[in-house]
Design a protein around this ligand. Structure first.
Ligand code: PLP
Length: 398
């Protein structure tokens, strides 16, 4: 088993660079804020200042390129009248989420995006010397937050077929048991798009000490077709120490509005409560409830996404580039060359593609865009990959 330890010191190096670029002193109290200002976010902020943003094909953040449906826009417009209020009818967002999953409101915590849930879990269970165990690459924001609160991460490599290595996770959890704060599993995994099957989840939960907290991030749940995959919400109903993170940023198209939630046993929700900000705006609470009810629109987004993904991956494999089979609204293509200069070339052509996910340094992550964005991506891909790219890119990561 090859383990890689990520400590606060490791991330401080990256922070020093970021702080230098922003001319911000890397003081302890700025640490938490700076960690969120990743190069990709800085890139977008500067793009907006240049008024270029709208013209770009945005295939870098796994967003829903069509945005929320009419039903959700209408609900949000209707809630604008609460913009000046602290207390207002909140569309029963917590109760509606609970009903949606067949759990009780006491099993639900809402947050400003599931990113906040991941942070809250990190602060609750893996601060001050505790460890989070998970694979690499994955949605590393979890590891970054844990290290920012003086915990650390033990990361394990993926299997050769890019799936998560469950026996290795079990071994690492047992080996470090006394110090393990929680296990993190992104299912399906970002950036590979690969799922962990129902039986593997059971193998993990049955194989680790029964009081180990497991955070299962189901941000891309709605795009999965694989019949061997299933949500892990039933484990919460069984009373296991499992936390499910979900978001309205992907299928629901509400990334900019910030809404996510956790489903977990009541005791875990209570433990996490002090670390949550609870600052969710009135508009998105109403939008979120409308979204849960509009299953037809979600089905349409799924269908369009999968059709476009099939078109993109079909063309890429037709050109001789291997694509990792994905169950999400993004996929990884093996460029067979370092991907950083390629990312920069795409940027020059007005196409934003995914950031690097070391150690997969030759795999580019591409989010499914609209049909028009897809065409722009494929045209740029043919152009860029048709000629040698030798220069190391200079642009910021996206
Ligand atoms: N989890 C995963 C796997 C993600 O890919 C993302 C965002 O891309 C998030 C969580 C955070 O999403 P949000 O904070 O918008 O809910």
């Amino acid at each position: 088993m090859t383990e890689h330890r990520v400590s606060r010191r490791g991330f401080m190096g990256g922070l020093a660079t970021a702080a230098g670029a922003l001319a911000i002193a890397p003081t302890a109290n700025l640490w938490a804020e700076n960690i969120r200002l990743t190069p990709r976010h800085r890139e977008l902020v500067s793009l907006m200042a240049l008024d270029e943003y709208d013209s770009l094909a945005k295939m870098s953040f796994n967003e829903n390129p069509w945005g929320p449906p009419e039903s959700v826009l209408k609900a949000m417009a209707g809630a604008m009248k609460y913009a000046n209020r602290y207390g207002y009818p909140d569309a029963n967002i917590v109760e509606e989420i609970a009903k949606h999953h067949g759990v009780k409101p006491e099993n639900v915590m809402i947050a400003a995006g599931s990113g906040e849930i991941l942070d809250v879990v990190g602060s609750t269970f893996a601060s001050d010397g505790k460890q989070v165990i998970g694979v690499e690459p994955t949605y590393a924001s979890v590891y970054q937050h844990v290290t920012s609160v003086r915990g650390s991460a033990i990361t394990l490599p993926l299997l050769p077929d890019y799936r998560q290595d469950i026996p290795s996770m079990i071994r690492a959890t047992k080996k470090h048991y006394r110090n393990v704060g929680f296990v993190y599993m992104c299912n399906p995994n970002n950036p590979t798009g690969r799922t962990v099957s129902k039986s593997e989840i059971k193998q993990l939960l049955d194989g680790i000490p029964e009081d180990t907290v497991v955070l299962i991030d189901e941000a891309y749940h709605h795009f999965v077709e694989d019949p061997d995959y299933a949500t892990s919400v039933p484990y919460v109903l069984e009373g296991r120490p499992v936390i499910i993170a979900r978001t309205f940023s992907k299928i629901a198209g509400l990334a900019g509005m910030r809404l996510g939630y956790a489903i977990a046993p009541k005791e875990i929700i209570q433990q996490m409560q002090p670390y949550s900000t609870g600052t969710i705006n009135a508009i998105v609470k109403h939008g979120g409830v409308a979204s849960l009810k509009d299953t037809d629109s979600q089905a349409t987004v799924k269908r369009m996404t999968l059709e476009l993904r099939k078109k993109m991956t079909g063309e890429l494999t037709g050109m001789g580039y291997a694509v990792i089979p994905s169950e999400t609204n993004f996929f990884m293509v093996n460029l067979k060359r370092p991907m950083r200069p390629v990312i920069d070339e795409f940027r020059k052509q007005g196409v934003l593609v995914g950031r690097p996910f070391p150690p997969m340094n030759e795999h580019l992550r591409v989010s499914v865009g609209t049909a028009e964005e897809t065409d722009r991506f494929l045209k740029a891909f043919k152009d860029i990959m048709g000629k040698p790219v030798t220069q190391a890119g200079k642009g910021p990561g996206i």
